[in-house]
Design a protein around this ligand. Structure first.
Ligand code: GLV
Length: 309
């Protein structure tokens, strides 16, 4: 019986292994498919950015855990073993780290700190900043979206949210459906994308949809790059429909060196690091799901493969 960790080196699989073993020293953990001696022993696999098809190598695999929030990359593997359930991580630490990023970006923009840093010669002394941008619109009201909404409410923002199915969340004006999307955008100063990438959300944010935003709204993408029709963004900013954008995710990552986003003064780029997954904080839920998978019990944070999240 063993648990296989299939993570890129940059995600420190050794540290995850140490965190898991510190909770259960009897656990047999194997790091990387090339280190597995007996493929039939692998019952649980923790994966991120794995090589397509490799999960077919383990005949006794009982569960696949996606080491992250979005499962689009994992589900894009057309050779996943049939009938092996997929679970994902949900961690308060992950949500806290995302909230910190979102709040930083919104407040920095609201107080124009980046502009002040870049153009100190353009200061207008003793003129108070206009603080009339107060409305946050969150696309995607899952675990991270709800947590972000609560965070912004606590800071005194008006928060709206949009999701595929109807939701009812305290103090959040919730919208769903195509008409709901337009209505939410019409009242949004800061648009935050936290949607999973699915067939429905691919290119959902394009010149047509984003033209419904309040003029001069600011866009933050921390969901997936492909939800945005990238070629539409710069024209929307140059036209003044958007005041700018902060992007953490892209169609191609790392963002190619010659991509026009790099050169645009109103686009802030971060390297897909808006939220992190601290090993020690997620080790308990990995062990719990491993135990449940072996015992045939109901799994935590099960992915609905049909819905894609
Ligand atoms: C990161 O992008 C994640 O999905 O966790």
């Amino acid at each position: 019986m063993s648990l296989l960790i299939c993570l890129p080196e940059s995600m420190n699989p050794d540290m995850l292994s140490a965190s898991l073993k510190s909770l259960d020293s009897s656990l047999k953990v194997e790091i990387g498919p090339e280190m597995v001696n007996k493929k039939e022993e692998v019952e649980f696999a923790v994966v991120w950015d794995h090589k397509d098809g490799i999960l077919l190598n383990y005949p006794n695999l009982k569960c696949i855990l996606s080491y992250g929030h979005g499962v689009d990359k994992l589900l894009a593997d057309t050779q996943l073993p049939a009938d092996v359930p997929i679970v994902r991580l949900k961690s308060k630490k992950m949500a806290d780290s995302m909230n910190e990023y979102l709040l930083t970006v919104v407040l920095m923009n609201r107080r124009q700190l980046l502009k002040h840093a870049l153009y100190p010669n353009e200061f207008e002394w003793n003129v108070s900043s206009s603080l009339n941008l107060n409305s946050i619109g969150i696309l995607g009201l899952g675990f991270l979206g709800i947590s972000a909404a609560q965070h912004f409410i606590q800071m005194g923002f008006q928060v709206k949210g949009w999701s595929r199915s109807e939701k009812n969340i305290k103090n959040v004006k919730c919208y769903s459906g195509n008409k709901g999307l337009i209505r939410m955008l019409e009242h949004t100063d800061y648009l935050i994308n936290l949607l999973p990438l699915t067939i429905e959300t691919q290119s959902l944010l394009n010149s047509e949809t984003l033209s419904n935003l309040k003029r001069g709204a600011y866009f933050i993408n921390v969901g997936r790059g492909k939800t945005l029709e990238e070629k539409d963004l710069i024209p929307l900013i140059d036209d003044g429909q958007l005041s700018g954008a902060c992007l953490d995710v892209f169609k191609t990552e790392p963002l190619p060196k010659n991509h026009p986003f790099w050169k645009h003064k109103n686009i802030l780029i971060t390297p897909h690091n808006s939220s992190t997954t601290p090993h020690s904080s997620v080790a308990p839920q990995i062990i719990e799901n491993y135990r449940r998978a072996i015992c045939g019990e109901e799994l935590l944070n099960l992915v609905d493969v049909k819905l894609g999240y």
